[in-house]
Design a protein. Structure first.
Length: 120
């Protein structure tokens, strides 16, 4: 895993690059947040959805809630970018919509949109 620092509008974000899933469970999500905080001095994470376990997007498994609660508890913010068009679950679509209305968790199409959401 590689973390790259990007600064926009005076806000630092950590862009995650990896050849394998980085967020597999709540502990790995928290480890990522702490790595960004201590290595790059930020709690703003930008990550491709391919690097997040697919279980995250099955709301009935509770993983998304568990991970996002940890991020809220530690003042972390995350923008997950990628293609969400193939998901048919109404609860997931509602969850994505509601998350995008807030200021801490975003689901967007591109890395650039992720950066924009975290630095606006």
């Amino acid at each position: 895993m590689e973390l790259t620092k990007i600064k926009k509008n005076g806000i630092v974000c950590a862009v995650v690059k990896s050849g394998a899933v980085v967020i597999a469970d709540a502990q790995s999500a928290l480890d990522l947040l702490m790595a960004a905080k201590y290595e790059l001095g930020t709690q703003n994470i930008i990550i491709n959805k391919k690097l997040v376990t697919e279980d995250f997007f099955v709301l009935s498994k509770g993983l998304a809630g568990e991970i996002l609660q940890k991020y809220v508890n530690y003042q972390g913010r995350i923008a997950i970018y990628g293609d969400y068009s193939h998901y048919t679950s109404k609860p997931l679509k509602d969850f994505i919509y509601e998350s995008n209305q807030g200021k801490d968790v975003f689901f967007v199409a591109t890395e650039e949109e992720a950066l924009d959401m975290l630095t606006r």
